[in-house]
Design a protein around this ligand. Structure first.
Ligand code: MN
Length: 247
């Protein structure tokens, strides 16, 4: 039985093909897994569990069907869907997990994280991250009417696009020192994360011990999954069969 990991699906009504592919994935290969881990940014935006968006409801219904088949599904907050809450969890049967968290996969101590925590070079982003992950700030935001939260979310996404267009790509990438510190502090051999949309496998030594960082890709044009089984960890792309790549 394999453990599957995905992140950065950024599901949104504007790109229903990604939702279609994810739902097909839940009905297909993910059904045979021991567990599925969604490591943040499942949704492009999540303004609260009372969100009435039909595309998000479609994905949540598919998750509910999936978990009711008996496969545990763990969901971590990303920087887009940090407001996923207990009602989402109850409705979908998914379990919310902390960012970051250590788990043992096939006997290997593994750190799971969304990944933005490691982007320490982007100081402005880290300041914003501290604010939006503050429970008191989130409580005040959730107290606003849904329509107001949708407006704020739209503005935040525009602000994020403006920021990422100004900042150098290497500043926004995971910082190697932050990764090194995390492997030491959490005492792990493998780190799995997303967020940077730079899928890849990085092998390095920390304190003379081999470590591996596996980065998941986004689901904009194709799927990206890590499969962990007796043969180790494998990063794979999932071709989108039914629609041509975006121009
Ligand atoms: Mn992210």
């Amino acid at each position: 039985m394999t453990h599957l990991f995905v992140s950065d699906l950024h599901l949104d009504a504007a790109e229903p093909e990604a939702s279609d592919q994810f739902i097909a994935f839940l009905r297909g290969e993910a059904r045979a897994a021991a567990a599925l881990y969604i490591l943040g940014d499942l949704f492009e935006a999540w303004v609260g569990d009372d969100d009435d968006d039909p595309e998000r409801a479609r994905v949540c219904a598919a998750l509910a069907t999936y978990t009711s088949s008996g496969v545990p599904c763990f969901v971590m907050h990303g920087n887009r869907d940090f407001l996923l809450g207990e009602r989402f969890a109850a409705h979908t049967g998914c379990r919310l997990i902390a960012d970051a968290v250590v788990t043992e996969i096939e006997g290997v101590r593994t750190l799971l994280a969304h990944g933005d925590l490691f982007c320490t070079g982007d100081v402005k982003y880290q300041q914003l991250r501290t604010i939006v992950r503050d429970p008191e700030w989130q409580r005040r935001l959730l107290a606003l009417p849904l329509a107001d939260r949708k407006l704020i979310s739209g503005e935040a996404r525009a602000g994020s696009r403006a920021h990422t267009s100004r900042v150098l790509p290497e500043i926004m990438d995971a910082n190697p020192v932050a990764i090194e510190v995390a492997t030491r502090e959490f005492d792990v051999d493998v780190v799995i994360h997303g967020h940077t949309h730079r899928p890849g496998v990085h092998e390095f030594l920390v304190d003379g011990r081999p470590r591996k960082r596996i980065v998941l890709g986004a689901w904009y044009e194709q799927g990206s999954v890590i499969e962990a089984g007796p043969g180790g960890f494998q990063l794979r792309t999932l071709p989108r069969l039914n629609s041509p790549p975006r121009a």
